[in-house]
Write a protein that binds this ligand. Sequence first.
Ligand code: FAD
Ligand code: FES
Ligand code: FES
Length: 1372
Amino acid sequence: MAVETETGTNGSLVLAVNGERFELPTIDPSTTLLEFLRSHTPFKSVKLSCGEGGCGACVVLLSKYDPVLDKVEDFTISSCLTLLCSINRCSITTSEGLGNSKNGFHPIHKRFSAFHASQCGFCTPGMCVSLFGALVNAEKLNRLEPPPGFSKLTVSEAEEAVAGNLCRCTGYRSIADACKSLAADVDIEDLGLNSFWRKGESKEVKISKLPFYNRDDKFCTFPEFLKKEIRSGIFLDSNKYNWYSPASVEELQSLLKVNDIRKGCENKIVVSNTGMGYYKEVESYDRYIDLKHIPELSILRFDQTGVEIGAAVTISKVIETLKTENKHQFLPTDEIVLNKLANHMEKIASGFIRNTASVGGNLVMAQRKHFPSDIATILLAVGSTVDIMSGYQFERITLEEFLERPPLDFNSILINVKIPNWASIRKVSPENNTTLLFETYRAAPRPLGNALPYLNAAFLAEVSPCKTSEGIMVNHCQLAFGAYGTKHAIRAGRIEEFLKGKLLSDDVLYEAIKLVRTIVVPEDGTAYPAYRSSLAAGFLFEFFSSLIDGGAEITNSFLDGSGSTSLLKHSKPEQKDDQYYQKKVSKMLSSSKQALELSKRHYPVGEPVTKTGAVVQASGEAVYVDDIPSPVNCLHGAFIYSTKPSAWVKSIEINPKSNPGGIAAVLSFKDIPERGENVGAKSVFGTEPLFAEDVTQCAGQRLAFVVADTQKHADRAANCAVVEYGMEDLEPPILSVEEAVKRSSFFDVPPILYPKPVGDISKGMAEADHKIISAEIKLGSQYYFYMESQTALAIPDEDNCIMVYSSIQCPESAQIVIAKCLGIPEHNVRVITRRVGGGFGGKAIRAMPIATACALAAHKLHRPVRMYLNRKTDMIVTGGRHPMKITYTVGFKSDGKITALQLDILINSGFSPDISPVMPHNIFSALKKYNWGALSFDIKVCKTNLTSKSAMRAPGEVQGSFIAEAIIEHVASTLLLEVDSVRNANLHTYDSLKLFYKESAGESLEYTLPLIWDKVAESSSFNQRVQMVNESNRCNKWKKRGISRVPIVHGVLLRPTPGRVSILKDGSVVVEVGGIELGQGLWTKVKQMAAFALGSIQCNGDGDLLDKVRVIQADTLSLIQGGFTAGSTTSESSCEAVRLCCNMLVERLTPLKEKLQEQMGPIKWEMLIFQAHMQAVNLSASSYYAPDMLSTSYLNYGAAVSEVEVNLLTGETTILQVDIIYDCGQSLNPAVDLGQIEGAFVQGIGFFMSEEYLTNSDGLVVAEGTWTYKIPSLDTIPKQFNVEILNSGHHEKRILSSKASGEPPLLLAVSVHGATRAAIKEARKQLLSWSSQNGSESIFQLGVPATMPVVKELCGLDMVERYLEWSLGSNK
Ligand SMILES: Cc1cc2nc3c(=O)[nH]c(=O)nc-3n(C[C@H](O)[C@H](O)[C@H](O)COP(=O)(O)OP(=O)(O)OC[C@H]3O[C@@H](n4cnc5c(N)ncnc54)[C@H](O)[C@@H]3O)c2cc1C
Ligand code: FES
Ligand code: FES
C-alpha cells in the first residue's frame, strides 16, 4: 500500500538541535520533544513545569524548511506537547543554542540578566526563546529599519511575546523591560532598573551600554546539512515508528480503511497534539496518523463566497491571514468581521500554542469531547459550515449541525471549515441602509489569553434605521454562546427569532435578556452557573444597548474593534467626561518607576549588582536537580496518593490492563527498614509519616512509591494504581475547622509562641460608641506554584551511606529525616542543594518526603532513584497556605478610632503539625499593625483530615494583614467614613507600637511607617486621585474605580546560620553558607559581603574581589547546622556569617600583608594569598552567626496605594496603578530587593485576586494545573507599577543596617483587594439607586480571592436587568 511503503533510503527520524544532527533509529511515537531533549541531548534549558502547555517553561523555536520556496519558517512551540515524530527534519533552537558560556551569550541573555529579570531562573530560558521567536519573525517583516542595536520588534510585540510564559518570582516588570529594550519604538527612559546604566546618563550613553544587538549577525536557525537532507526527499519510515503522514485524502482513506479491517488496532489522529494538554490521555496507540501533510486540510483560501480554512491550519496562520490577506473580494463590513474573529483568536491559549494548534483539532475537541472552545462559538455566530469525511463519503453541514451530532467517530475526519462572506451574501450595504454589526466576547481570568473563558459569545446582527419611527430595527441576527458549562456552543435561536424585525428598545432588550436567562443555563456541576449566565445577559446588553439611544449614529467606525465604547452612549450627557476617563487602558504594563538611594558605605555591598548566575540561568546552563544526568541504572519514582480522607487501605495494586511496564518496585510503609521509622518530614513541632499506614489521614496523603525505569512509566503506573479502601468502624473525617472544634481536634501551641493580649478588652469595649459583634471572615489556601516542581535524586554509596540531591530549603532537616527513616546515622546522609527553582516556603518541610522517598527506594533497591513530581501530583500532595476562619467583635468611637478588638481564629492545619503552631504568632505579628486599643483573642490550630498546610511566603502574616484591613473597612462602612481616614486614625504612634510589639519595635527613629505613609500619598498623588476616581465613578455606569492605601508592619526573626570562607592559592574565594539560593539573590548578597569584608585588607587592585568569589552548593556534611532558608532573613544572616569568617581571615592575613608591604611596597591580593599559602596561614575560616538575643526580631514597614477598575458586566478587575514604598534599611543589594518587592507583591495579587486552590468534598485538591489554577501573568499585573525603596539609614542592630525584603511586600497586595472593594461599593451604590429596595451597599464581605465571579456577584448578577427595569420605570 502506498502509504505503508513511504520509506526513503534511510527513513530515520532526523532533527537538528542547536545545529547538531540527531538521528533516532527507534522511538516510541508518544515521545514528546521535551522528553527527547531532556533525556537524549545535552540541552537542559528546556524545562518541564506544567506539562500541559500552560506555562512556557518548555518553549523552543521550531524551524521548518520549504525546499521549493527555499524558505525557513520559524515559530515557538511548547515542547511538552509536541510529538517528536511530527517534527521530522525540523530544526530546534533552545536557549543554549542562542548563546552560552562557551561561545558567548546572546544579547537577550545579557539583557535578561542585567535587567534583573531572572530570579530562580526556571522560567528564564523559555522566556528568552519566546522573545527570540518574536525577534526572528519581526526581522522578516517589511518594516522601517530600526536604529542600530534595536530590532524591528515593537514594544507591544515584545511584551506579547512572553505573555504566555509564567514566572512566579519576578512579578514580570523586569522581564517586560528586558524584552522592550530590544524594541525599535522603545523610549529608553521608560526602561527600569538595570546594571548597564548609571543615574543621570544621557539617552545616547544608555543605548551604547546595552549589549549590542546586531541585526547583520544573522542567526542560523536551520542548518545547511538538514536542508540538503530534505532536498534529497527522504521520508520517515512509517512502519518503523508507527507514525503515518498521509500526503493526500486518498492515502488517509486507505489508512483508515486498514484500521477498519484490522479491528482492535488503535489509531490516533494528530495534528499538533496540543489537545493532550487538556485531556492528558495516557493510553498508547498502535498507530499515529498525522494530518498536517494533506493539502486539502492545509488550505486557507479566500473567494467570493467566503474563507475556507483547512482543518490542519494553525490558529496563528488563520489570525495572520485574516488580518493581512488582501480581501478585495470582501466588503469592508466582512473585513471587519474577519478582523474581529482574528482578534478573538489572539486570546486563545498563548502564542506558542497557537503556532501549532489547529482549527480543526479545536473544533473536533469541542464536538467530540465538549471542550469549551472559543473557535466553535465565534465561527458559529458567523454561520460557518464544515466538510466532513467518513470513510469514502464527504458531506457539508453547518457548524451548528456538526456540533449537535453525536461525537465524531474515530474514523471520521474534519476536512475544513468555511466562514461565509456574510455581508455579500445578504447584500448588506449603506446603499440599502443596512449595517452589519459583529462583536465577540470573552470573560476569562486572564484578559489576553491562556485562560479558558467562563463564557464566550459572538453576535452578528443586520440592522437598519426604522423607516417609520426613530430607532434601529433588527432585520436578522445570529447569537452564539459557548464555554459556559454546556456540551457545545449554541445558537440562541429563540432570541434570534424574538429580535427579528423588532425595533430596539429597552423593553425589547429586557425581554431578550430574560430569554437569555432561560437559554444560557450551565449544566449541573458547572462552577459559578449564575455568574456565567449573568455574563451572557451582560454581553447581549453590551451589544445592543448602544443602538437604542445612539442608533442613528451607527457607522462602520462603530465596528472599530473597541466594542465596549458602545456602552458609553447610555450616558450621553456625560460623554465628555467619559472620554477622559475611559481612555483605553493598555493591555500590558505601560510604565513603571523604580526609585532607590544607593550607598557606597560598604561597597560593593549596597550596589545593585546583577544576580549571580542570572546569565547562565537565561542560557539554560544553570543546573537544577532534574538537570543532573541520571547515573547508570537510575530508577524513577512517583507517589500513589489517597483519594479518601479517612479510610482503611486494604490493598494497592497496579491495574494490570494499564500497567505501562518497567516497574521495579512499589514501596509502602512496610518497606521502612527495621531500625528506621515511617517518617517523611519533621519540624520542631513533630513529624509526618512518609506513607499512610493502615488508615489514611487525608486525601492526597502518600500511600506508596512506585519505582520504574522511566519517569513516564512511574507516573503512569501511579496513575493507574487501584487502591481498595474500607470505611468500617471509622469516624467521619474532620474536614472543617468547625468540625475540629466540635471534636476538640487541635495541635498544641507552645506558650512561648502564643501571642500576648494587649490592654484591657472589657475597658476598651466599654469605651466604644459602636460595636460590630461576631462578624465572620473565611480565608482559603494558596498553592506555591514554584516553576520547578518538587524533585530529588538519591544515590546509594558504600557502607550504608547515601547522597541525595534535593531541591529543598532546608537540606539539614532532610538529612535528619532520611537518617531516621532509614535507621542510619546522620553522618551517612549527605544532602546537596545547589539551587532551587522557586520555593516560597513550599520546599521547606514539604520537600522532605520527596527526598526521603527517593532515599528509601535507593537504599532498598541499591540503585539510584530520582523523582520529578508532575504538576498534578505536586498540587495534590503538597499542601499550601493555611485556610482559616475568623470571627471578630470590634468596638470603636464615632470618629473611627478603634478601642477594642476581640478575635476568635480557627486555623485549618491539616493532618500533621508542620509549622502550624507558629501561625498564631505570625498572624498577630502582622495584625497588630494598627492600634486596636485593647486586643484579645482565642486561636486554635485545628487538626483536620486535609493535607498538611505549611509555610508559604509570609505565612500567617498575609492573613493577619488582611484581617486587619477587613476590620478597618467594616468599621468605615458602618460609620459611612472614608476607609483611609479610619486607617489614619488607627495607625500606631511610636508609644502604641511599643505597647503592641515590645522589644521588636526598636528605637523610635526606626519607626518609619508614618513617614512612608505620607510619602506614598504624595508620590502617588493619592488625594488628587481619590477625587479623580470619584469623578470617574460619577460618569461611568459600567466601569467603577477604587483606590486604596494600605500600611504594613511585618516582624521577622534572625536565626543562627553557619558560614565558611576559603581562599584558594590563586586568590579565588569559595564561600559556603547555610542559606539556599532560591532565586531570592542570597548568593549575590553573600558574594558582595565577602568582597566587602575581605576588601578591608586593602590590597592593591582588589577592586575586582567580587569576581573572585564563588558561592557553592550547600552540602550537609561539609557545613553543618545549615538550618532553614525561610522567614526573609536568611540572606542577611548568611552575610553576617560570611562577614565573621572574612574578618577572621583578614585578621590572619594582616600581619603578613604588613610585613610584605614593608618589604615590597603595595601588594596585590594574589601575591598576598600566594605568600599566605607558602607560609602556612590557615586560609579557611568557619563561623556560626548567632544573633544577639535582644535584637533577633525587628519590624519592617511599607505602604502601597493601588487603583483598580472593575468591569461591572464581567467582574473583571484591572489594576491600573500601584505605588509602593518599602523600607529596606540600607539595602544590601537594591536590585535584588526591588525584585523581591515586585515579585512578592505580584504573588500577593495572586492570593488576593485570582488563585483558587479548590478541593472536592473529600478535601482532595481539584485545582491541579494551569487550566484551573491561575497565578498572575504579564497581562494581570499593574499597568503602572512604581516602587520606591526607602533607605532609612543607619540601624545599629541590623546587619550593615539592612532589612528584609523577601516576604513583607507580599502583604501590600491587600491594597489591590481594598481598591476592588471600594469599586464594588460604588457599583452597589449605583445598583441601589436603580431599585426601590432599601439596603446598605457598603456593608459586605469581599472574599479572597476576589475572582471575577466573586466580584460580579457583589456588583449584582442581575445588574443589567435592574438597570433596564429602572430605565423603563423612569421613562414611563
Ligand atoms: C494551554 C492551552 C490553552 C488553550 N486555550 C484555549 C482557549 O482559550 N480557547 C480555545 O478555544 N481553545 C484553547 N485551547 C485548545 C486548542 O485550541 C486546541 O488544543 C488545538 O486547537 C487543538 O489542535 P491540535 O492541532 O493540537 O489538535 P490535536 O491535539 O492534534 O487533536 C485534538 C483532537 O482532535 C482530533 N483531530 C484533530 N484534527 C482532526 C480532524 N481534522 N479530524 C478528526 N479528528 C481530528 C485528534 O484526534 C484529537 O483527538 C488551548 C490549548 C492549550 C494547550
Ligand atoms: S511545561 Fe510545557 S508549557 Fe508548561
Ligand atoms: S525567575 Fe521566573 S519563575 Fe523564578
